[in-house]
Design a protein around this ligand. Structure first.
Ligand code: ATP
Length: 326
């Protein structure tokens, strides 16, 4: 039997007045996953997460956490989630342990459980030696980790983390990733957002790339890469001579496997680069190169653009911008 998904949304829609912030999002996250929501600013990540955290009602569609509908039973959902918002206030004049103790009380953690729990949580987030420090004395990275500890006080099954690494320096980002991995190994399911795909790539079991409130691609990064690779992007470098470049572009455009050829800024002073979408196998690429040279085009470089993650992200979200403009 399939286990109950920890997160499931179907046709989730949220409007703010005329603004369609979430435009029919379907998500499915299984137990023990670290699932990434990745998209540019304004994509609808925060809105989706707030709906799952029971802080916003959807305009329409369904959302479930561990099978419980978020709108019908928000109290039960809140017991099962730890939510870290993208912006949060800190409580001045509180020591680190008092901060966690306060939230432990809010969640009804019994007093004899709270002290050991605080010790355990501070160890997990690497703040064991800051137990008695004032919250306002912590660095940004430490505050983010304290906020993460706060999401854990009631031992929830699901963590909903809205850009937990934003504003952190590279080392603090790595530390945050390590902590998330550890939490996963403890059995937590994690839904995490970011606007940087490479940041989530090595961490996540699956991602949904969203833009303009829609899921453009979802699955493992490998699957997404594979689905994009059907249409390889070739980079062809030629001796820079305007007439020769125009001739090469025209020649390429006659091949039905070639998409819209673009002139790229890359290339040295002596050479210019064309970007050529190509629907064909490696054999077909080799054939294209041979016939290009046979036709007299002065090719100095011919390669397939590697699926750099940032490039995947730009391609996927760029396609959506074109569709929206159309
Ligand atoms: P970011 O990375 O910038 O946080 P996001 O992907 O989290 O972006 P959302 O904050 O969910 O995106 O915003 C989605 C869209 O909804 C944006 O166009 C935003 O301007 C709009 N929006 C968000 N909150 C409100 C609100 N309270 N009232 C009106 N529009 C809103």
């Amino acid at each position: 039997m399939m286990s109950v998904p920890v997160v499931e949304t179907r046709g989730l829609i949220k409007r703010y007045g005329d603004q369609l912030a979430v435009a029919g999002v379907d998500l499915l996250v299984g137990p023990g996953e670290i699932f990434g929501l990745v998209g540019p600013n304004g994509a609808g990540k925060t809105t989706t997460m707030k709906i799952l955290a029971t802080l916003l009602a959807p305009t329409s569609g369904e959302a479930y956490v561990t099978g419980i509908p978020v709108d019908a039973d928000p109290i039960e959902v809140r017991r099962r989630i730890g939510y870290m918002p993208d912006f949060y206030g800190v409580y001045d004049d509180l020591r680190v342990w008092e901060y966690l103790d306060f939230f432990g009380r809010c969640y009804g953690v019994p007093s004899n459980r709270r002290a050991p729990m605080i010790g355990e949580l501070l160890e997990i987030v690497g703040l064991g030696d800051r137990r008695d420090a004032y919250v306002e004395s912590l660095s940004r990275g430490m505050r983010q980790r304290l906020c993460l500890a706060h999401t854990l006080v009631h031992d929830p099954a699901l963590l909903i983390l809205d850009e937990p690494a934003s504003g952190l320096d590279p080392r603090a980002r790595v530390e945050m990733r390590e902590i998330l991995r550890e939490l996963r190994s403890m059995g937590k399911t994690i839904l995490v957002s970011s606007h940087i795909l490479p940041e989530l790539a090595e961490l996540c079991t699956g991602v949904a790339i969203i833009d303009h409130g829609r899921v453009l691609r979802s699955g493992s990064i490998t699957d997404i890469e594979r689905s994009l690779r059907a249409n390889a992007l070739l980079r062809i470098e030629l001796i820079a001579n305007e007439a020769a470049i125009a001739a090469a572009s025209d020649w390429l455009a006659t091949d039905p496997r070639v998409g819209d050829v673009l002139r790229h800024d890359g290339g040295s002073g002596d050479t210019a680069r064309l970007e050529v979408p190509f629907d064909g196998s490696a054999d077909a690429q080799a054939e294209l190169l041979r016939s290009m040279i046979d036709a007299g085009h002065r090719v100095v470089g011919f390669s397939q653009a590697t699926s750099d993650l940032e490039e995947i992200f730009l391609r996927v979200t760029g396609q959506s911008d074109e569709e929206n403009a159309a």
